[in-house]
Design a protein around this ligand. Sequence first.
Ligand code: ATP
Ligand code: FE2
Length: 330
Amino acid sequence: MISLGIEGTAHTIGVGIVEDESERCKVLANVIKTYHPEKGGIHPREAANHHAKYISQVIKKALEEAKLDPDEVDVISFSQGPGLGPCLRTAATAARALSLYLKKPLVGVNHCIAHLEIGRGTTDCKDPVLLYVSGGNTQVIAFANGRYRVFGETLDIGIGNFLDKLGRYMNLQFPSGPIIENLAKKGEKLLDLPYTVKGMDVAFSGMLTSAQSYFDSGERIEDICFSVQEIAFAALTEVTERAMAHVGKDEVLLGGGVARNKRLREMIETMAKERGARSFVPRDDLCIDNGAMIAWTGLIMYKSGIETKVEESYIEQRFRTDEVDVKWRE
Ligand code: ATP
Ligand code: FE2
């Protein structure tokens, strides 16, 4: 079965095409086009305009990459939420149009669950705790009692947002996460920063204020980046470990744009090893927001009998992870 998925929850409009091959996900195409605001944070309507401008081009390119005619696609999936209303609406409109025109079934997918399912479909993990770390999201998710449940999350801003905000304050380019990662390699001094972990939740705004004042007082930027990574990632590692112990799982999966960070991967891997568990990371283009993860999740949902009628394919800005009845798993 071949599935085409459209992702459009925030900065990225992505179209992926995947095929199932003995329960595994084979990615045939994964075209990603990201909106970069000229300055400041994301403006939802401008991002949606960007997506509307490029969506047909991105669909065409994905079909070309997969070497497929549109009517060879069996199912159309789209990111139904959570995310920014205007962006979600643009992606959903494109998906509905394709579904009606090609007369193919439509499946609305929860974006957070897709980050987890693409890891299960393309790596060797079977039942992981997902540490989902992106710009807007920071959550610890695992399967329990028939649903994907959020065991921990940020109480204020997402980790990626935190890194980008700090970067902007220190005059770095957007996205700042990768630049901070590079600068951190030359850090030597571990600065004292507030460490906020409450049970399985984390928070970063105190750390942001403190790091900004270190910058104002002339501390080396390399040391600030190094300290921020060490302390923020330690907090993420701690809550992930607590969730693993709590739900009794011995696999950890990383997802989201910040999962590209080598230092975070290293810390999660060390934690996993120490408790006799295994850690997994999907390939880079499947960590960030992308259409292939939507296509794959739509495919396994459809195979379990789930379909979204066009009349009921409204978007859900606050689509909760545990709202979804996970029929495709035991
Ligand atoms: P979502 O809508 O799921 O919140 P997003 O729009 O933030 O996603 P992603 O592509 O998942 O998109 O993540 C982008 C974030 O990842 C940015 O905040 C960026 O700074 C961060 N990032 C990317 N690479 C790295 C890296 N190597 N180290 C740290 N952060 C990174
Ligand atoms: Fe995401």
